[in-house]
Design a protein around this ligand. Structure first.
Ligand code: PYC
Length: 308
């Protein structure tokens, strides 16, 4: 019998499960090296932590690892119901609140090693977290794909720590009551995007008008395992900032208030890293709350021990 200690939290409704004890031995090196070992040898651990019967399709896992970069307070590897994520914005906000809950950090700035690079997170005095992400950029503007049942759809392909296809014109109502239709449409878009030139894209974002006056936009984000993000998606908002910056639609330092499909919010800002190359450094601010402290039990005699 194996025991795994976890802390659960949610960031704008999107859950994160941080594994603080009992993870697999991943060897030395940085988070990227450890991710390689995790992916190749311990995929059963990923499933056991986030999939049913202990988790659900929407849960994102975060394995705490020893950082190679000693200026970092922690290393982390994110994963979901089907795969590993390079970075996760809501997960990092959840991780910072979890580390504070454990008494391991105080308000102030903290560096965190992820497989795609070091990110910086400020735990603010009011409990919110401002995450400064790795550089984001747009790879393709106005790529048009033909999605079965939907027809031609145009969107931007952008990197914000994960790969996104971002669509403004889709004709769908962004409303919780419409979530099945949004999921189905986004899944079709994803398959078409992957088949029609962008195999790397594994997140789809649809934009719509904001629900509230002081927000700029609302989004629906479909994650790799077909669950939709309850938060406005930190890496997706980073990708959006890169597109808006490239188009001159949002100035450096200006705020973008993004609402999720459940009404939670992130505020995004950016500074230019290299205007000629279109790369920006995004900062995403949001809040998270701890929801549980638990010990998971992995019993080999349980036929669903490793999740499904
Ligand atoms: O917040 O970056 C994010 C994220 C990615 C997948 C789910 N949430």
């Amino acid at each position: 019998m194996k025991r795994i200690q976890v802390i659960d939290s949610h960031t704008g409704g999107e859950p994160t499960r941080v594994v603080i004890r009992g993870g697999p031995e991943l060897g030395g090196g940085g988070a990227a090296d450890k991710l390689k070992v995790f992916r190749e040898r311990h995929d059963d651990f990923r499933r056991a932590v986030v999939c049913e019967p202990r988790g659900s399709d929407v849960l994102v896992g975060a394995l705490l690892v020893e950082p190679a970069d000693k200026s970092c307070v922690a290393g982390v590897i994110y994963f979901d119901n089907v795969t590993f994520l390079g970075m996760c914005g809501h997960g990092t906000i959840g991780l910072v609140v979890t580390l504070a809950h454990l008494g391991r950090i105080q308000p102030g700035e903290h560096r965190i090693e992820t497989p795609v690079g070091v990110v910086t997170a400020v735990l603010n005095g009011d409990g919110s977290v401002s995450l400064t992400n790795i550089p984001a950029y747009r790879k393709a503007k106005g790529a048009t794909i033909d999605a079965p049942g939907l027809g031609k759809i145009s969107g931007d392909v952008a990197w914000g720590g994960n790969w996104f296809f971002l669509v403004e014109e889709h004709g769908l109502a962004l409303d919780l009551a419409n979530v099945e239709r949004l999921t189905d449409a986004s899944w079709r878009v994803r398959q078409a995007v992957n088949a029609q030139g962008f195999p790397e894209v594994d997140h789809i974002v649809l934009f719509g008008p904001p629900r509230t006056k002081d927000a700029h936009s609302q989004n629906f984000v479909l994650c790799p395992g077909k669950a939709y993000d309850r938060s406005p998606c930190g890496t997706g908002t980073s990708a959006r900032l890169a597109c808006l910056a490239a188009d001159g639609r949002l100035a450096e330092g200006e705020s973008l208030v993004m609402e999720s499909i459940v009404g939670s919010r992130f505020t995004g800002r950016y500074r230019w890293l290299d205007p000629a190359a279109g790369t920006i450094i995004p900062t995403i601010t949001g809040t998270a709350h701890v929801t549980g402290e638990a010990g998971l039990i992995l019993n080999e005699r349980d036929p669903f021990c490793w999740g499904w």
